[in-house]
Design a protein around this ligand. Structure first.
Ligand SMILES: *Cc1c(COP(=O)(O)O)cnc(C)c1O
Length: 368
């Protein structure tokens, strides 16, 4: 490729649409602090995501931190290391201690059969991740939460628009945190949200987002998590395109699956009761089956100016700042992280890029 190709490319609305959306900000001078665009986006997203209560935030990481802080408890949080480092950082920065639970080898989400043995009197929450938009075992987690009276906070950064049995995935758990970062399938440039399914957290979360202020009173320790009006305007424009965006992503994804079906590569499994969003195209490389290693493919694509991502490698428990510090072994997550590569996937991915990636994989495997 002449130009560098990355694993994703942020969507943008037609410039005129965005200009039209932000024009009235020059009249109102209301640029942030839960202005009209913020309120409108919040309402629209509630509908779109099929959740009963939603609060917007300045970014997804911040949403996870505020969600954890709204528990007003510090202790151990059972989580997964097969995620973006943000999940683990949010736990540590909230004054809690991550305890790592290994993943299920197929769904790549927390293995629910391993959770109980990690629960102690210090546990304050369970924080699973719907990684790559794969739904966690939400029903088993719900039961565990009830049995041990533990809140479930989902990192739902990957699963915008995903549904489980016709229900918005954010409606599961006590709290579900979305990311609307520019690299995610829907974005507000930077942004995030918490779907609140336990009303008891709502007031606290809303106050915390605005320096702990509620009706002029400082009711709790807070920070600044407010989404500004320019971001909300971008969200309003992007939301209009989501139907087409997901459809186009699915087409690219299915082309990869079709063309690479006989190469020994593994793709994500289908989940029967889950409506997917095609946010990522991770492939899993077993050198014995494929005839090449993950890193050989990564390097070969890079030589063609195609920059794939070893997403998630290393697992977060192996990050230099966390290595050896916290409880919990994740041999399966470790193994998966050594085999995974995310291929370029975005709505208008050029046919030429798709062909180059697929041909190169066939060639490397000696199957061309
Ligand atoms: C993107 C992401 C986050 C952080 O979201 P930001 O909006 O970038 O702050 C957290 N967790 C996961 C799994 C993510 O992919």
């Amino acid at each position: 490729m002449k130009e560098k190709i990355f694993v994703t490319k942020s969507i943008l609305p037609p410039l005129e649409d965005y200009m039209a959306e932000i024009k009235d900000l020059w009249d109102s001078h209301m640029l942030t602090n839960m202005g009209p665009k913020h309120e409108k986006l919040q309402e629209k997203l509630k509908d779109y995501l099929n959740v009963s209560q939603l609060e917007l935030f300045v970014n997804g990481h911040n949403a996870i931190e505020f969600a954890l802080q709204s528990l007003e408890k510090k202790g151990e949080v059972i989580t997964t290391a097969f995620t973006f480092i943000s999940t683990t950082h949010a736990i540590v920065r909230s004054g809690c201690t991550p305890v790592f639970c290994d993943i299920h080898p197929e769904t790549l989400t927390m293995d629910v059969n391993l959770i109980e043995s990690l629960i102690t009197e210090k546990t304050v929450a369970i924080l699973p991740v719907h990684v790559y938009g794969m739904a966690c075992d939400v029903y088993a987690l719900e039961k565990l939460g009830e049995k041990y009276q533990l809140p479930i906070i989902y990192d739902a950064a990957h699963c915008f628009a995903v549904e489980v049995d016709g229900r918005g995935i954010g409606s599961f758990g006590d709290l579900s945190c979305y990311s609307f970062h520019a690299t995610k399938i829907f974005h507000t440039i930077e942004g995030g949200a918490i779907a609140i399914n336990q009303p008891k957290y709502q007031e606290n979360i809303r106050a915390k987002r605005n320096f702990g202020i509620e009706d002029g009173e400082i009711v709790t320790v807070g920070g600044n998590g407010k989404m500004n009006e320019f971001s909300a305007a971008m969200g309003l424009c992007n939301l209009n395109a989501m139907g087409q965006v997901i459809e186009a992503r699915e087409k690219v994804y299915r082309t990869y699956v079709e063309r690479l079906g006989k190469t020994g590569l593994k793709f994500l499994p289908e989940q029967e009761n889950v409506k997917r969003n095609y946010a990522y195209c991770p492939i899993f490389i077993d050198p014995v089956l494929c005839g090449f290693t993950r890193d050989q493919l990564y390097d070969a694509l890079m030589a063609e100016n195609i920059f794939t991502r070893r997403y998630f490698y290393p697992i977060t428990s192996e990050a230099p700042c966390y290595k050896g510090k916290y409880k919990g072994e994740s041999p399966i997550a470790q193994k998966v992280s050594e085999s995974v590569l995310c291929l370029p996937l975005y709505p208008d991915l050029e046919a030429e890029v798709l062909a180059t990636v697929c041909d190169l994989i066939h060639h490397l495997g000696g199957k061309s």
